[in-house]
Design a protein around this ligand. Structure first.
Ligand code: G3P
Ligand code: CA
Length: 293
């Protein structure tokens, strides 16, 4: 079993919630599609159910992405599994209009029925373990970027459960991650510095990505602690502060930008030299990079 990373592409293409522009987000269909297209990594949001199971769901509530209603943390897995996953995309969301921040829907934003496209054949809610099972048994290599959502609500339980799952699937060894454990590799992302500190405490070598959508004091290029770190600014932030990428690079950080779907925005972030682009449209980005099928 090799622990060596394969040759990395110059820019990593990360399929956001799977190939979520063309398949229902956070479903195996979306992840399989992303891998088949040749995406370098797939992104997944995790939340904890009332009975302590990590599931791949972005919103706090389930009505946008399923036939059910309610809050993930107030439902048991068995209850969540009663509902069908549906393909609903906010109209116009994530489309950046330079230089002003794009309207981005928050987790609690309500969508009306006519704001969405629906596909009633998307299966049941995906658990993190099922995704890890797919990633570690898929014939190709799958790099996973796992984002913890509102980990503070569970005061550390999310990180503990996440690392236990990674351990179960052989993605951690004695607290040290294998860059590639056979076929999968993992990094953990969060908007919460506390959550990432907890992850690093429990698994010091597991790569983490600090996400942010606003200028933060720690971005200062003089701060040495960014060396070797990965940070994830939003597209809207880079539109407002394009020099940020060079500054972060000078500080020794890698830059993973989210969520970039339009060709013009893709060209813009590529021109800045970002290290990874998180997108709902992996096919479009791969094509732009000359890596399309
Ligand atoms: O990859 C980071 C990005 O997913 C953060 O935004 O709201 O889509 O989870 P969100
Ligand atoms: Ca996410």
């Amino acid at each position: 079993m090799s622990t060596q990373p394969p040759d990395r592409p110059e820019v990593e293409v990360v399929a956001h919630r799977g190939a979520s522009a063309t398949a229902p987000e956070h479903t195996l269909a979306a992840y399989r599609q992303a891998v088949a297209l040749g995406a370098d990594a797939v992104e997944c949001d995790v939340r904890m159910t009332r009975d302590g199971v990590l599931v791949c769901v972005h919103d706090r509530r389930i009505h946008r992405t399923s036939t059910g209603r309610g809050v993930v943390s107030a439902l048991d897995l068995a209850e969540l599994e009663q509902y069908q996953v549906v393909h609903r995309r906010p109209r116009g969301a994530r489309r950046a209009a330079a230089p002003v921040a794009a309207p981005v829907l928050g987790e609690d934003d309500d969508l009306e029925a006519d704001d969405v496209e629906a596909d009633e054949d998307a299966g049941r809610v995906l658990t993190l373990d099922r995704l890890l099972d797919y990633a570690t048994s898929s014939p190709g290599r799958v790099r996973l970027a796992i984002e913890t959502k509102h980990p503070t609500r569970h005061s550390g339980q999310v990180e503990v459960a996440l690392l236990a799952s990674l351990q179960r699937f052989g993605l951690l060894t004695g607290g040290r991650p294998l860059e590639w454990s056979g076929r999968a590799a993992v990094r953990v992302m969060s908007f919460s510095p506390t959550a990432l500190r907890r992850v690093r405490l429990l698994a010091p070598d597991l790569p983490t990505v600090q996400l942010f959508g606003q200028v933060r004091p720690w971005m200062s290029a003089r701060r040495p602690h960014l060396a070797g770190r990965v940070v994830g600014p939003s597209l809207a932030l880079l539109r407002q502060h394009p020099a940020l990428v060079a500054r972060l690079h000078r500080a020794g950080a890698q830059v993973h930008v989210w969520v970039v779907n339009e060709p013009e925005d893709m060209r813009f972030v590529l021109s800045l030299g970002v290290d990874a682009v998180i997108t709902d449209e992996p096919a479009r980005l791969l094509h732009l990079l000359g890596r399309g099928g």
